[in-house]
Design a protein around this ligand. Sequence first.
Ligand code: GLY
Length: 315
Amino acid sequence: MASSTIIVHGGAGEWPELKQATGLSGVRQAATRGFGLLQRGGSALRVVETAVMEMEDNPIFNAGRGSTLNLVGDVEADAGIMDGKTQRGAGVALLRRVKNPIRLARVVMEKTDHALLAGNSAEKLGEAFGLPEASLKTPERVRQWKQARRQLEKADPGDFSRNLKLIRTKGQSLLGDTVGALAIDQNGDLAAADSTGGVSLKLPGRIGDSPILGAGLYADNRIGAATATGVGEIAMRLVVSKSACDAMRALTAQEAASQTIKTVTKLAGKGLGIVTLDRKGRYGVAHNTPHLCWAAFTRSRDSSRKCISNLSERF
Ligand code: GLY
């Protein structure tokens, strides 16, 4: 029998020491809330949505309120959700005012025939379903944006990839901290969800990996679930979440995560993290960024048939 497990992450990148305790406390809170739901028989889909909402509402993370800002200082948030039982999934992109982008992704998945909806029209759908609106911009993100813009102005002008180069050379703290969650419930159903403000200083209109099935997230009850964090362009080019799931046909979740990041480093360089969950409820974590903030809660039976719950968390 599969263990009920949830793993959540608060993003790959460079977490300044000052923010690390708050980041860990945020992922612990989201994992604990999700695990409570799992224990009460909640579906994996509801659990990952709830855990991601918890992190969207916590401004320490780059998702929902607290999203990083694009080149011109606006929020353009993305999110995605996928149900491993049906392999249905959907993403939303370029949102400015939907309080919980992950809720809108679920609406697109369940109430429309689409797998990706962006911008103002997506926000109108949220309005039609009564989803709450909020300003996603925080004073802290505006302060960080001003500082990052000053660094950008010193970089080579006329080069469109300069914001990504800046991330690589001046510090992965500019990456931001996409959030994600994977769960397996008491029925053995898997689900994945993620949400992000995207990379800081992205060009307006840029959509990252988070709303793209296969790149930012993937879930299939027959093999496993995965979600990526970091430079979205790498995750899209290498379709990393689907690749990690495919690897779980033969490997454990941890082996699949490690193999995926090894391939990413070889083919595309640094700037990515991934979390994985296999059908047995085992999770994996790997990254080639300085940090990845995560927490996992799992419940399984030991040899004396007692149930054990475990919380693990780490940078
Ligand atoms: N992984 C988040 C992004 O690139 O937008």
